[in-house]
Design a protein around this ligand. Structure first.
Ligand code: RRO
Length: 312
């Protein structure tokens, strides 16, 4: 029998799968469905200080090999998700939960962190520094100075387990610089990667951009993202302090994809496009495919192959 248990810091999860923030996590009802599935944990939609409607529709499109989105941070306000998470802890005392937070400006992060710090929340907080879709706002984590400023301010007030959601990087010098910065902070985890920012897809019948916001530019997820996600998880695993865990996100459509993210060093794996397209049954399908892959390779636990990628 295969055991899928995994850990991040002091938290234990019975299954490495979870939803990716933004998918199936906008409302309490959606979060409840993830919690009731075989997923090991769940994360809320990124919450901002005030509720937001997000960008005009159409703002998501399924593609042959993935998806494009420019949702624009629609959410019910971070207080809604904090309230959900605190109640969730009471009803699910053994199931850790992730709260995702996104600023609409750098100062928002420390402000929301103060509120979470003062609350009864005992789970993990993911600070999203990589939303690609708010018009006029660049992805924060592509700017090292702003990232440093946010993390400095954040960790002055925030002492609970924290992680950050990163965008994809494409150059080894970027991995070196970001990892060197992150290693200075008391991070419990990183989540890598957010969608591939600012892709463009065109409707062949009408020669029109597939989605409305930002002239059709949006974040790309699904199979398109797989090699970039693997490389980012691997590159950060090679550079980060061993006590900073990695949540691998991007490009999962099969159990083999989950296996490969773990091989690159992921402790948890989150599902974005595949969950959006298949719904909650994706968790059970991918769990059994992961178990089959582990059995075929002769592994009984995740620790036996986590981070064990071989190179030539
Ligand atoms: O809401 C979005 O448009 C969005 C966010 Br905050 C994010 O972090 N990643 C993404 O692909 N879409």
């Amino acid at each position: 029998m295969v055991n899928l248990r995994t850990t991040i810091g002091p938290y234990t999860f019975d299954n490495p799968l979870m939803n990716a923030s933004g998918v199936h996590c906008m409302t309490a009802a959606e979060l409840d469905e993830v919690a009731a599935s075989v997923a090991g944990t769940l994360v809320t939609k990124s919450g901002t200080p005030a509720a937001r409607d997000g960008n005009p529709a159409p703002r998501y499109a399924a593609l042959t090999l993935g998806s494009i989105n420019s949702m624009g941070l629609p959410n019910k306000g971070f207080a809604y998700y904090l309230d959900y998470a605190i109640k969730f802890q009471q009803t699910h005392p053994t199931q850790p939960i992730f709260l995702s937070i996104a600023g609409t400006g750098p100062a928002d992060y420390a402000e929301m962190a103060k509120t979470i710090q003062a609350s009864d929340f005992t789970g993990l907080t993911e600070f999203n520094l990589s939303c690609p879709n708010v018009p006029g706002k660049p992805q924060i984590a592509y700017d090292l100075e702003t990232t440093e400023q946010i993390l400095d301010d954040l960790f002055k007030v925030f002492k609970k387990p924290a992680g950050i959601k990163l965008p994809p990087f494409f150059d080894l010098a970027q991995f070196d610089a970001m990892a060197a910065l992150l290693n200075r902070y008391p991070l419990t985890f990183i989540n890598s990667i957010n969608s591939l920012g600012n892709g463009l897809m065109i409707d062949t019948a009408t020669d029109t951009a597939l989605i409305r916001p930002k002239g059709g530019f949006g974040g790309i997820g699904g199979a398109y993202a797989k090699p970039i996600a693997l490389a980012n998880v691997r590159a950060f695993r090679q550079r980060l302090r061993p006590d900073i865990a990695i949540i691998g996100t991007g490009g999962v459509t099969t159990g083999r994809d989950v296996y490969e993210l773990i091989l690159c060093g992921a402790s948890l794996v989150s599902l974005g496009t595949v969950l959006q397209e298949e719904g909650i049954p994706a968790f059970a399908r991918l769990t059994s495919e992961l178990e089959a892959e582990m059995t075929a390779k002769g592994y009984a636990t995740l620790d036996e192959f986590k981070g064990q990628l071989k190179t030539l």
